[in-house]
Write a protein that binds this ligand. Structure first.
Ligand SMILES: NC(=O)c1ccc[n+]([C@@H]2O[C@H](COP(=O)([O-])OP(=O)(O)OC[C@H]3O[C@@H](n4cnc5c(N)ncnc54)[C@H](O)[C@@H]3O)[C@@H](O)[C@H]2O)c1
Ligand SMILES: O=C(O)C(=O)C[C@H](O)[C@H](O)CO
Length: 251
């Protein structure tokens, strides 16, 4: 039996792959055999070196996902270099924290645009080329706040809950057309995104006390779930949001 987790010959487009969770995912996909197109606004970092050390190709695409402007270009540039895109990982995302009573329209729009609207239109651009080629895999990076309310993050919770719903509708639409659409819900991971939470001693302690695994997640904790959802091992898995949370939701 062929290895169902192999990504040999596959091309993955990962947004926000130069840091944190996106970096963990890009390196794991490369270790499973995929070439990587990394689209985002930051410079290539150790992600590029790690992917190339694994013998895979790495393409860096500059893109600001604060609007839908770059979505078609990002898919086109990946296809121009690699001939196709098999796997899309919608990882780039932002968070804004404030009480709902004073939450600004600018912060609402920024989070909803980057974390939800742009994800939809990038996925649409990806699917147009994937459908012509017989299919592909979409992985959306959701959150525990796809399931729970959270604290002082109204637009983030709305966007990540919406992303779990979007994952289901797209899975429904494309399940017979060879595209799998699933999501991963990371728990509390030690990245830029959560720096402010670790800087607050009380909040940090409360978070750690609630995680059965007893520690923050690390970027390398997320790769296995991404390889599963990117590979033929998950061909009959559709529309799920898979927690990778050290047991947070089990508590
Ligand atoms: N850290 C956590 O605990 C946690 C938990 C659940 C979900 N997430 C999600 O994981 C994803 C990655 O976040 P992270 O924790 O690795 O933090 P991070 O800040 O290191 O990563 C976010 C990435 O998205 C990119 N990005 C953000 N806005 C962008 C824009 N307008 N254009 C282009 N790129 C942009 C950043 O450059 C960065 O590379 C996000 O969607 C986040 O919501 C994080
Ligand atoms: O609750 C917060 O303030 C967060 O930062 C949420 C985390 O980033 C994460 O999305 C939880 O899964």
């Amino acid at each position: 039996m062929a290895n169902p987790f192999s990504l040999e010959g596959k091309v993955a487009l990962v947004t926000g792959a130069n840091t944190g969770i996106g970096q963990g995912i890009a390196i794991a996909l490369a270790a499973a055999g995929a070439d990587i197109a990394a689209a985002g606004r930051s410079e290539p970092t150790e992600t590029q070196a790690a992917v190339e050390a694994l013998g895979r190709k790495f393409l860096s695409i500059k893109a600001d996902f604060g609007s839908t402007e770059p979505v078609q270009r990002v898919v086109d540039e990946t296809v121009a270099t690699f001939g196709k895109v098999d796997i899309l990982v919608n990882n780039a995302g932002i968070i804004r924290r404030a009480d709902s009573i004073e939450f600004s329209e600018a912060d609402w729009d920024a989070v909803m645009d980057t974390n939800l609207k742009v994800v939809f239109f990038l996925t649409q651009a990806f699917a147009k080329q994937a459908l012509k080629r017989g299919g592909g895999k979409v992985i959306n990076i959701a959150s525990l706040l796809s399931f729970q309310g959270g604290i002082r993050v109204p637009s983030y919770t709305a966007a990540k809950s919406g992303l779990a719903g979007l994952t289901k509708i797209l899975a429904n639409e494309w399940a017979t057309k060879g595209i799998n659409v699933n999501a991963i819900a990371p728990g509390y991971f030690d990245t830029n995104n959560t720096e402010a939470l670790r800087a607050d001693q009380d909040r940090n302690a409360a978070i750690l006390a609630r995680i059965p695994a007893g520690r923050w997640g690390r970027p390398e904790d997320i790769g296995g779930a991404a390889v599963f959802l990117a590979s033929s091992a998950s061909d009959y898995v559709q529309g799920i949001t898979l927690p990778v949370d050290g047991g947070w939701l089990a508590r």
